[in-house]
Design a protein around this ligand. Structure first.
Ligand code: DGL
Length: 288
């Protein structure tokens, strides 16, 4: 396996992991804010979506993905996927105690607490992310640290992921779905909305149109990249880094859709053989 050298002060490349293509919306900001960093990305395109799966399944997939990334001498891993960040951070920290691993929930929550004026924060995400309650907990913790009061209102938006992948984020169908999903949050008079899913930044323009200028939009991926850029800084802030992508299925599809999410040309994505994931050798679990 090739080794990727980083030009930042920190040893090793930055590993980025997502359930599929969506994490490229996070890489977009990482590349902008840490252009000197070497990034190794893994998208689990064979098993996406994670947002509809059980917590224990997502944890197992996350374990396998981070194990895969450790082959590349990564000095740190960013979990770009909100669903994984919502349910698997503790199990990942236990499994990889020597590797700094950060998710997108806390940075998104902190940015929202900084942005809100009335303390009424909405969160949209996958079913898994919303059911986990992770954003509520992170927002309440950030609000406590900041000494402010907040109320959190959440809404799962499962149909937005396929709409974004199909490039339909500005379509009439997307606007109808957004109105449907946002209506309960608008009734709660939110003044800040966290885009708690890798696939939601493409809807930013439509969201702003529906919600109006009074509601601030927080992109958790961007907040994560900003926090990392502050923490790493140094040489990684300039220079020419690299992006190498691995996927578990159909690299061509990843390349075609990924270009839109990344906002620039995407090099060749490499296919990871799946014979290292022997699900059929696992004992039947008790989870329902
Ligand atoms: N990457 C996922 C997230 O941010 C969205 C796609 C999926 O459901 O796997 O939650």
């Amino acid at each position: 396996m090739s080794r990727t050298a980083s030009r930042s002060g920190e040893r090793g490349a930055l590993g980025v992991f997502d359930s599929g293509i969506g994490g490229l919306t996070v890489v977009r900001h990482l590349r902008r804010l840490l252009p000197g960093k070497a990034i190794v990305y893994f998208g689990d395109s064979a098993r996406v979506p994670y947002g509809t799966k059980s917590d224990s399944t997502v944890r197992r997939f996350a374990d396998e993905a981070v194990s895969f990334l450790t082959q590349f001498d990564v000095g740190r891993v960013v979990v770009a996927c909100n669903t994984v960040s919502a349910v698997a951070m503790r199990s990942l920290a236990k499994r990889f105690p020597a590797l700094p691993i950060e998710g997108v929930i806390e940075p998104g929550a902190e940015a929202a607490v900084r942005a809100t004026r009335a303390g009424r924060i909405g969160v949209i995400g996958t079913r898994g992310t919303i059911a986990s309650g992770a954003y509520e907990r992170a927002i309440q913790a950030a609000a406590k640290r900041a000494g402010v009061r907040t109320r959190v209102f959440t809404q799962a938006c499962p149909l937005l992921v396929p709409l974004a992948e199909e490039g339909l984020e500005n379509s009439a169908a997307a606007r109808a779905m957004l109105r449907h999903y946002l209506e309960p949050l608008q009734r709660k008079k939110i003044d800040t909305l966290i885009l708690g899913c890798t696939h939601y930044p493409p809807f930013r323009r439509s969201l702003a149109k529906i919600l109006g200028p009074r509601v601030r939009l927080i992109d958790s991926g961007e907040a994560t990249a900003r926090r990392l850029a502050r923490a790493l800084g140094g040489e990684a802030r300039s220079g020419r880094g690299s992006l190498r992508c691995y996927v578990s299925d159909i690299p061509l599809q990843f390349e075609a859709i990924g270009k839109r999410f990344l906002g620039q040309r995407l090099g060749r994505a490499r296919l990871v053989a799946q014979d290292d994931l022997p699900w059929f050798e696992r004992r039947p679990g008790r989870d329902r």
